[in-house]
Design a protein around this ligand. Structure first.
Ligand SMILES: [Zn+2]
Length: 202
């Protein structure tokens, strides 16, 4: 499995192109559909599915054009569908833990509300696409509409229990870095550490 990190837009969004042979998935495609189309063509890839970590505009902007062109429905947690502004008929809305088999990919959905009510992490093999839930050394904002700091703490504890070699790929490259491991974050990320400590104190 190959993972390309594509940085697009004014907010340092990380868009992920996951491929295996000629089959590809996009995670959080936004901002520049021409560039993404060009990248798919250049690599000779066939887009099988589109997944969204959550519905904020910077993770979905112009994605509806891509979905329409490829005649695909994007996968999004149902609580974030309205927030996304994407027509509901262009989305496969789901809730809870899910596993989707798409071509050669087994895509596991881990609900991680907190940043938004419908936020999820997307696990494919050893790779975990964390959107705006978990960043290297930080977590997403919890002061936005549909944010919930308590849910975020629970979500961080849930992620901390994944195998420590799980590679994380975050939704932005704040500070130039969008990748880390669960093992590293469990030790070094103050938000995850505090969430684990609080959970253990209960
Ligand atoms: Zn966000």
């Amino acid at each position: 499995m190959n993972i390309d990190v594509i940085n697009l837009g004014p907010m340092d969004n990380c868009i992920y192109l996951v491929s295996e042979g000629q089959d590809a998935l996009l995670i959080d495609p936004a901002w520049d559909m021409n560039f993404l189309e060009h990248t798919l063509q250049e690599k000779g890839l066939r887009l099988l599915a589109v997944f969204f970590t959550h519905g904020h505009f910077d993770h979905v902007k112009f994605a509806q054009d891509l979905l329409e062109k490829h005649r695909l429905k994007g996968y999004m947690e149902k609580n974030d569908v309205i927030l996304s502004g994407i027509d509901a008929h262009m989305l496969n809305a789901y809730s809870g833990e899910q596993t989707f088999d798409v071509g050669p990919f087994r895509v596991e959905i881990i609900p991680t509300p907190g940043h938004t009510a419908g936020g999820v992490c997307i696990k494919i093999g050893n790779a975990l696409f964390t959107g705006d839930t978990l960043f290297p050394g930080a977590c997403g904002r919890v002061d936005l509409p549909s944010s919930d700091p308590r849910e975020m703490r629970r979500s961080l504890v849930k992620l901390s229990k994944l195998p420590e070699d799980t590679q994380i790929f975050a939704g932005h490259s704040y500070g130039g870095k969008c990748s880390s491991t669960i093992g590293y974050e469990r030790v070094k990320n103050p938000f995850m550490r505090n969430a684990i400590r609080d959970a253990e104190a209960l």
